[in-house]
Design a protein around this ligand. Structure first.
Ligand SMILES: [Zn+2]
Length: 129
């Protein structure tokens, strides 16, 4: 499985290959143009397919970042949100997609294993033994 860094590198490469977002490309914008280009992404009259692609890319990067941060740690989702600079609400919304769950016994975040779920509480493989 690829690491988060590899996935992010791949996504950046995709942007360069598919969208032509090279550093030179970025440089040719003046200070006024780049922020307005960013704003145009947020406006509903942009190309819907492009907007959707952009939204998905940033969402998947957030999921990867949350996954990387939490796996093996005992931090709370609030700690994660603070460390990554993502809203806690957003972290909680994306959490199911990271496939990590916090063990109710040792508080370690582990890859969710359905066999470890007892009465709705998740217990990691180590604590189950
Ligand atoms: Zn545990």
């Amino acid at each position: 499985m690829k690491t988060g860094i590899e996935l992010i590198t791949d996504e950046r490469q995709r942007q360069v290959d598919a969208e032509g977002w090279t550093p030179e490309h970025d440089d040719k914008y003046t200070n006024d143009e780049l922020p307005s280009a960013a704003v145009s992404y947020a406006l509903p009259d942009g190309d819907p397919a492009e907007l959707e692609a952009e939204r998905k890319a940033s969402k998947s990067l957030a999921i990867i970042a949350i996954y990387e941060y939490l796996t093996g740690s005992k931090d709370s989702d609030a700690d994660c949100a603070r460390a990554l600079g993502i809203d806690l609400e957003r972290v909680q919304e994306l959490l199911p997609e990271t496939k990590v769950e916090q063990c109710t016994v040792c508080s370690t975040w582990c890859l969710r294993d359905e066999r470890g779920v007892q009465d709705g509480d998740f217990i990691c493989e180590d604590c189950e033994k």
